[in-house]
Each structure stands twice: as structure tokens, then as C-alpha cells.
Design a protein. Structure first.
Length: 403
């Protein structure tokens, strides 16, 4: 009988269904979520409703009811820490509460990496505008203001002058999402790391770190760091780059992360790769999906194996390039009347055209809209990056919106 995995939360079907498609043929999935399953039903062996997914005791009761659970899995940033506590309480494989807490709290991440001498931007936790201004003057502009415990670049902003810092401090301090930890001192001031940004989704088994997907980010809406899209190449030379692999291994060693999956973001500076942040989960934004489309690797299956203490299979079966592009409203508080893709031929490389907004949706571009302001996304797969980019341009250009 296939091992039983307790999955805590799923997320939006258009962003996460592919993971259940990968996992369910090899593992039985018991879903724990606040609502009864809908689109998830075909992939499940069972389910339990728990109103508060941060309640470890309630999660433990759900695990007992599920049966002989071999591992617990979560890819929702808000709940990775209680799920780590659950795995510890049940004596199941996992990274452990300490390692996940060190990823969840970006100040703890910086502290652990600094102690181990891992390459990263200088970072200082500050309690006020005055402390932030003094820190930025010492570090030197530009600097980045960053919330202590968010993800998806929420609340992150580059500032080039004291005036910009003072005007944006509240944005970094007050941006939050449901389930985010609250801290009395919550803003990091960091030296700006100049260079292209990449992310690496890796699976870790008994301390061995195996990269699965390396994505090159397309950022926009400066001075914010909104992720407009990602490009993944199965044969990207950075997957074999000694400097990138060394920093990745050093980072996991410093955090004590021995079993599970991670999403590590790096900047490729003139002095070499530096760590921007580490998430104790699979990446979002369809990154594992386009990674699988490019290389044949199944990140969801690797994540399920890791949470059960099983050596993951990470095998490349093709050498393509894949990408995703996110679509946004042009103006704040746009009220959508109609939305759809034009009925016109698109390049063969176009893989998916997906709408997440509909008539009546009120949408805004970043910084007001951020990830929740997206209208939809398009993906493409082809032998070359140029073909993928051209296909994404064509598919994005086919979006039609009336307001």
C-alpha cells in the first residue's frame, strides 16, 4: 500500500493542483483544511476539517484520525512552522521546528547565516524610522526595507535616499497577511545586492541537498520587487555552478535543515552569489510546475518522499525551457467588466492561459495589488529561451479586459 501523507492546506487550484497530480499516484493523500475539499477530491484518500491550521493539537488529532501517517507536508508559508512542530510531535521525518523557524523568521535566517560566514547582504533589525535611517547611513544607500516574516516580496522596497526611507518605512512595517507572525521589532534594513535574481527549489534528504528547479526571475514595478515571471532551463549552467552549489549547501548546513524541501532566493552579484532568503517549502508562482515541464523532474513527488524519510528521485527526462508570466491590471482599483483571451492563434509553445480574476473583480497593480492583484498567468514550453519569451509575449498580448 502506498505511504499515507498528511497534507496541510492546498492553496488555489490554478497554482497548486499539479502537485496533487504528481503525488497522488505514488502516495495516499489525507488533506487537512478549514473547508471541505472540492477540486482536490479526485486526488485524496481522505480529509479532515480543521478550522485553524496553526493549531498543532488539532492537527495531531487529524493525523490520528487519518491512520498510519508516514509524513506530513505543507507548502503554505503561513503554516510550515506548525506543521514542523506536528512532525516533531509525531516523531516523523522533517527539518525540525528550529530549522523551519530559522527560515520563517528572516532575522533568524540572517543571524544563522552570518554565524556560519555564508555570503549574504548585511542586515540589521530595526525598531523605528530613526534606527533605520542611522543603519542606512552606515551601510550606504541604496538599501532594502523588508518585513521580518513575509514572503512573495510583500512589503519589500528599495530606497535610495533618507527621504525615500522615511516615506516607505511604514509600508515595510505594516504590510501583513493572514497567519503571519507579529513582532514588536519587524523591519530589516539590508544592503542592496545588485545583480540578477534566481531561485532554487531543492530537496534535502539526510543532509544531502539536491537542486531540482533553478528559475531566473523577472522583476518589475520598482522600487518594489514584484515577481512578474520566471524562466527555467533544464540545462541552465547555474545548476552545475560551483559557487551556487556551495552557497546552497552552506546555507542548509547553517540553518540545520536536514530533511524536506526548500526554496532559496539568491542574487548573482559581481562578488558571487549571495542569499536573499530561504523558505522551508516548495516555491510558489508555478516555479515547480514550469521546472517539471522543462526537465521532467517532479518536485511534488520529491517533497512527498522527503517528508516520509524516503530518498527522493530527481531525474531529468528532457532538456527544454519553460516560463510563466503574470498578468496585472493597469490601474489601481480597476473594476473588471469582462476578461478573457482573444480567440486568435497563439504560438505552439504556449502551454497554459489561465484567468484568476473574473467580472466584478476589483484589481490593482503593485504595490497595492501584489500577488493578489493578478488577473491571471500564461506559461510556455519550447527548446529555447527566445521561443519561450516570444510565446509568453504573444499570450500575454492576447488578454482582453474591459472595465
Amino acid at each position: 500500500m502506498n505511504p499515507l501523507v498528511l497534507l496541510v492546506g492546498t492553496g488555489h487550484k490554478d497554482y497548486r493542483r499539479y502537485l496533487l497530480e504528481e503525488i497522488s499516484p505514488r502516495y495516499r493523500i489525507h488533506l487537512v483544511s478549514p473547508a471541505a475539499p472540492t477540486w482536490e477530491v479526485p486526488y485524496l484518500a481522505g480529509s479532515t476539517r480543521v478550522a485553524d491550521l496553526s493549531d498543532v493539537d488539532a492537527l495531531a488529532v487529524a493525523a490520528k484520525d487519518a491512520g498510519d501517517v508516514a509524513g506530513v507536508l505543507c507548502w503554505d508559508e503561513a503554516f510550515v512552522l506548525p506543521v514542523a512542530r506536528l512532525a516533531d510531535a509525531l516523531g516523523l521525518p522533517g527539518p525540525g521546528e528550529t530549522a523551519v523557524a530559522a527560515c520563517r523568521d528572516k532575522h533568524l535566517t540572517r543571524t544563522a547565516l552570518a554565524a556560519a560566514g555564508v555570503a549574504q547582504p548585511e542586515s540589521v533589525l530595526v525598531a523605528s524610522v530613526e534606527e533605520a535611517l542611522a543603519t542606512a547611513e552606515r551601510i550606504g544607500y541604496p538599501v532594502v526595507l523588508k518585513p521580518r516574516a513575509l514572503a512573495a516580496s510583500l512589503g519589500v522596497v528599495r530606497v535610495d535616499t533618507p527621504e525615500e526611507l522615511a516615506a516607505n518605512f511604514a509600508f515595510a512595517r505594516d504590510t501583513t497577511v493572514p497567519g503571519a507572525p507579529a513582532y514588536d521589532v519587524s523591519v530589516l534594513v539590508e544592503r542592496y545586492a545588485d545583480g540578477p535574481e534566481i531561485s532554487v527549489d531543492a530537496v534535502v534528504h539526510r543532509g544531502e541537498v539536491t537542486p531540482m528547479v533553478l528559475a531566473r526571475k523577472e522583476l518589475g514595478y520598482p522600487p518594489y520587487f514584484e515577481e512578474l515571471g520566471h524562466l527555467v532551463g533544464a540545462s541552465d549552467p547555474l545548476l552545475r555552478d560551483p559557487a551556487v552549489l556551495t552557497v546552497l549547501r552552506q546555507t542548509h548546513d547553517a540553518l540545520g535543515f536536514t530533511d524536506g524541501v526548500t526554496h532559496t532566493e539568491l542574487r548573482l552579484t559581481a562578488a558571487g552569489p549571495v542569499v536573499i532568503e530561504v523558505n522551508a517549502r516548495l516555491g510558489g508562482d508555478l516555479i515547480p510546475y514550469i521546472g517539471g515541464r522543462a526537465s521532467g523532474v517532479a518536485p511534488g513527488l520529491a517533497a512527498a518522499a522527503a517528508c516520509c524519510g524516503i530518498a527522493p528521485e530527481v531525474s531529468t527526462t528532457r532538456a527544454l525551457v519553460a516560463g510563466v508570466r503574470f498578468l496585472y491590471a493597469e490601474q489601481d482599483d480597476t473594476v473588471i467588466a469582462t476578461i478573457g483571451f482573444a480567440d486568435e492563434p497563439l504560438p505552439e509553445a504556449v502551454d497554459r492561459t489561465v484567468l484568476v480574476a473574473g467580472p466584478g473583480t476589483v484589481a490593482s497593480p503593485p504595490p497595492k495589488g501584489t500577488t493578489m492583484g493578478r488577473l491571471g498567468y500564461v506559461t510556455a514550453v519550447a527548446p529555447t529561451a527566445g521561443e519561450v519569451t516570444a510565446a509568453l509575449d504573444a499570450a500575454a498580448g492576447a488578454l482582453r479586459v474591459t472595465t
